[in-house]
Design a protein around this ligand. Structure first.
Ligand code: AMP
Ligand code: MG
Length: 489
């Protein structure tokens, strides 16, 4: 099998990356190949699943034409700047142009030490690899921009964490792995030329229209801000908590990246935090828009020398660009909320109505996903409100809201069938419930990948009812509840 690599990042100057080879896995074994994604990339899924393919996926065999580099980046971790992070446990094999003409990175995550590993072993344990595979593929099926999982393999080597765990490698596909922290790496060194080269690369690769603009770097900043302001609402609207939105974990291409201690809401709570290391709640569910803007402000700072020769004018320009975040975010978020409650035609008072529902959900410990999913059934005057109202500790709290809601629905021009379809398309039945992900991982650790496979199948059609898999809709029982998630590093 010949992979038609078309590497562009590796043509940047040497200080952008280190050339490295993955570590030798002692006994590679396939867990999963994402066949559909392989086809999309123009790769033969049967070859990927063959012994030779698995050797590549485990890092034992570097294919011809691969770049095999670890990229340099910096980043603010929980608000503290670290001037050098970089791919400490990942190797970019290279880029391919997919069937749709889109350039995609193929990266091995967990394939051993690199010059950026600092104290780490460069490895990944099976659990985090399965988690990233499941959650990133679920996000893709939900229609949310994200990196993808092409494959997962066991390396045959143990990884020492709090306990000894099986080592694994995830093959990650991204439109690129360039982060806000990549810009910070050069800016922190006063390497304006590096920032410029990176900006030019990002424009050519992700924002060609910015290259045509009168002021390309300002247009780049505007475009990155716009994509994040569209992405974060998508997270909120499905109850996703990234968990570690450090600037090195924010893609400038606007994809969700770096699934660590991520989780999904069960009951709605804007202050919800799962990550064991997020003691201050910096990355709490409802704080994500604010943090995105904070990160984008760090990006804007790196671009100041490109925005204007006059530092004061550059700052004013950056501030002007950042001002667009809040209204763009709100536009997307509000439109999404309206769709979730079946209002296809925006009117004054709609947001208050949606906000009132969220408030009642919070007060009543209502499950985020199921409340919205079952709302469609409760819409009509003779609809069945029981599935949704029973999510509330005090179901009459829902009833009171539903009265106003139905009165508002009566003003909608859309007919009931259209509305119902639109609501079902806006409100998934299936999300990667934390307890289901955990159960799949626990089975995987016992070498049973059946639950992982089944969960993946269910999550691939999140908006369909799938009566045969109805149990996957259920929130956790008290004993199944996941209260803490971990980074997995
Ligand atoms: P993350 O938590 O994935 O955002 O990683 C933060 C930084 O730590 C990045 O520079 C990673 O490459 C590095 N890192 C995480 N885990 C490891 C590991 N096991 N070995 C080496 N570096 C790591
Ligand atoms: Mg990271």
């Amino acid at each position: 099998m010949h992979i038609a690599f078309a590497n562009s990042y590796a043509t940047l100057p040497d200080r952008f990356f280190a050339r490295v080879r993955p570590a030798e896995a002692s006994a590679p074994r396939l867990i999963k190949v994402n066949r559909a994604l392989a086809e999309e990339l123009g790769l033969d899924p049967d070859w990927l699943a063959s012994p030779e393919g698995v050797e590549m996926l485990a890092g034992r065999r570097v294919p011809e034409g691969a770049a095999s580099i670890a990229t340099a980046y910096a980043g603010h971790q929980f608000g503290n700047f670290v001037p050098q992070l970089g791919d400490g446990r990942a190797i970019l094999l290279g880029e391919v142009v997919d069937r749709h003409g889109r350039r995609r990175d193929i990266q091995l995550k967990g394939s051993g030490r690199t010059p950026f590993s600092r104290g780490g072993d460069g490895k990944a344990a099976l659990g985090p690899v399965m988690r990233e595979y499941l959650v990133s593929e679920a996000m893709a099926a939900l229609g949310i921009p994200t990196t993808r999982a092409l494959a997962a393999v066991l390396t045959g080597d143990p990884v020492a964490r709090e306990e000894i765990l099986p080592g694994a490698v995830l093959t990650r596909v991204a439109s690129s792995h360039i982060r806000v922290g990549t810009f910070q790496f050069f800016a922190a060194r006063g390497d304006t030329e590096g920032v410029r080269l990176l900006a030019d690369h990002v424009i050519a690769r992700h924002y060609p229209e910015a290259g045509e603009a009168e002021r390309p770097y300002r247009a780049l900043l505007d475009a990155v801000i716009a994509r994040q302001a569209a992405l974060i609402p998508r997270w909120l609207l499905v109850g996703f908590i990234h968990g570690v939105m450090n600037t090195d974990n924010m893609s400038v291409a606007g994809e969700t990246i770096d699934y660590g201690p991520c989780a999904f809401l069960d009951e709605y709570d804007p202050a919800k935090v799962f990550s064991s290391i997020d003691v201050q709640g910096r990355y709490a569910y409802g704080n994500q828009p604010r943090i995105a803007l904070w990160n984008l402000t760090r990006l804007a700072e790196t671009l100041l020398p490109l925005l204007d020769d006059d530092p004061e004018r550059a700052v004013a320009d950056a501030e002007d660009a950042l001002k667009a975040f809040a209204p763009t975010f709100e536009r997307h978020y509000h439109a999404g909320l309206r769709r979730k409650i079946g209002l296809l035609d925006g009117r004054e008072g709609d947001l208050e109505l949606a906000g009132d529902l969220l408030k009642r959900m919070f007060e009543n410990g209502a499950d985020f996903t199921l409340t919205f999913r079952h709302l469609a059934e409760a819409a009509g005057p003779d609809g069945d409100a029981e599935p949704v109202r029973s999510r509330f500790i005090d179901p009459t709290s829902f009833d009171a809201w539903a009265e106003t809601w139905r009165a508002r629905l009566a003003l909608e021009p859309a007919e009931a069938g259209t509305r119902r379809a639109a609501m079902l398309a806006a409100n998934p039945a299936f999300i990667p419930r934390n307890h289901r992900v955990e159960a799949a991982i626990q089975a995987g650790l016992k070498d049973d990948f059946g639950p992982f496979e089944e969960l993946l199948t269910v999550l691939s059609r999140p908006y369909e009812d799938q009566p045969e898999h109805a149990a996957y809709m259920d929130p956790p029982e008290a004993h199944q509840r996941v209260t803490r998630t971990f980074c997995g590093t």
